[in-house]
Design a protein around this ligand. Structure first.
Ligand code: HXC
Length: 278
């Protein structure tokens, strides 16, 4: 019997949707990507989560595995997405141990608040390297596997990049992240066009203000009233939840998302249209 879906996934999805599929997810120990992974595992997938921190990655993999009895969730730790060889090794190990790579989530990201005047060239480069080079390294290492899995099934061979909405309008203290996420979006578009003919689709999920994430926790620390204020400013009147992102992920990877390629699914309750930076 599958576990309770609790608060991380809609009841709209049927159990076993992703049986025999394998997910490769960078940043999988983080709040958003762990919910995406948990949803897929709940619905039948095996997964490898890739992270820098050993303890955090292993603890999260074990926790995600409780979403479904018998689930296989591999923790591949000590991997910095800026290191192409480490990512290639992680991709090869995932395919070897779990049998294939059907889905990729490029979710590893770096972020901190800093005014441009305080942002060193190295600080800017660090975020560009984690977000952009890291996303490139992720797809570069996994695309050969995705092409192979796309030959076997029309619901395999899919990539999701986790981006943001802040670069649509610009946001103070986020120059580095805005530049990085704009590049991530462009990377996804290019992959969509170049690899679409090979059966691989690529899309972006752009989360808005999502409750319970590291970003929101940092905001709450800097100003405890800010989170409630943020929620009020969202047109639908609430913060998003990681479940909202998980549901968009399931849609894109499912048969229902077959014809979606080179798109951005903005999951923000309409926020960026009325609030600079989402
Ligand atoms: C100014 C800072 C800084 C800060 C670091 N730096 N924090 N500058 N203000 N708050 C500078 C350092 O001084 C250094 O520059 C450079 O950045 C690199 O720092 P390192 O610590 O050496 O780098 P590294 O260990 O690689 O860490 C990368 C990191 C760190 C991005 C700086 O925060 C990190 O590892 N983050 C990963 C986890 C994370 O951020 N997750 C949140 C994702 S949420 P100098 O010049 O001194 O050498 C997310 C949501 C996006 O991404 C959506 C936006 C709304």
């Amino acid at each position: 019997m599958p576990q309770q879906k609790k608060d991380y996934l809609s009841d709209a999805w049927k159990d076993g949707l992703f049986s025999d599929k394998v997910l490769f997810c960078t940043g999988g120990a983080g709040s958003i990507c762990s919910a995406q992974t948990r949803a897929l595992v709940h619905l039948g997938a095996s997964a490898a989560i890739i992270g820098r921190n050993k303890e955090k990655t292993e603890r999260m993999a074990a926790d995600i595995a409780t979403a479904r009895p018998g689930a296989r969730v591999l923790a591949i730790a000590g991997v910095d997405v800026r290191d192409p060889k480490a990512l290639q090794d992680a991709a090869d190990r995932t395919a070897r141990e779990l049998g294939s790579i059907d889905y990729v989530i490029a979710g590893a990201a770096g972020n901190f608040l800093a005014p441009l005047s305080q942002l060193s060239a190295n600080a800017f480069k660090s975020v560009i390297d984690i977000d952009v080079l890291g996303s490139y390294n992720t797809v570069k290492a996994t695309l050969p596997y995705l092409v192979e899995s796309a030959k076997r099934s029309t619901t395999s061979g899919r990539v999701i990049f986790v981006s943001a909405t802040i670069h649509y309008t610009g946001l103070p203290l986020q120059t580095h992240v805005s530049a990085a996420k704009a590049a991530v979006d462009s990377l996804s578009n290019a992959v969509a066009i170049e690899y679409g003919p090979l059966g691989v689709t690529s899309n972006v999920i752009a989360p808005g203000p999502i409750g319970g994430t590291e970003g929101m926790e940092r905001l709450a620390k800097s100003d405890p009233a800010s989170v409630a204020k943020s929620a009020k400013r969202v047109p639908v009147g609430r913060l998003g939840s990681v479940k909202d992102i998980a549901d968009a992920t399931v849609y894109l990877f499912s048969d229902a998302g077959n014809f979606v390629n080179g798109s951005t699914v903005v999951v923000d309750g309409g926020s960026w249209r009325v609030n600079a930076g989402g």
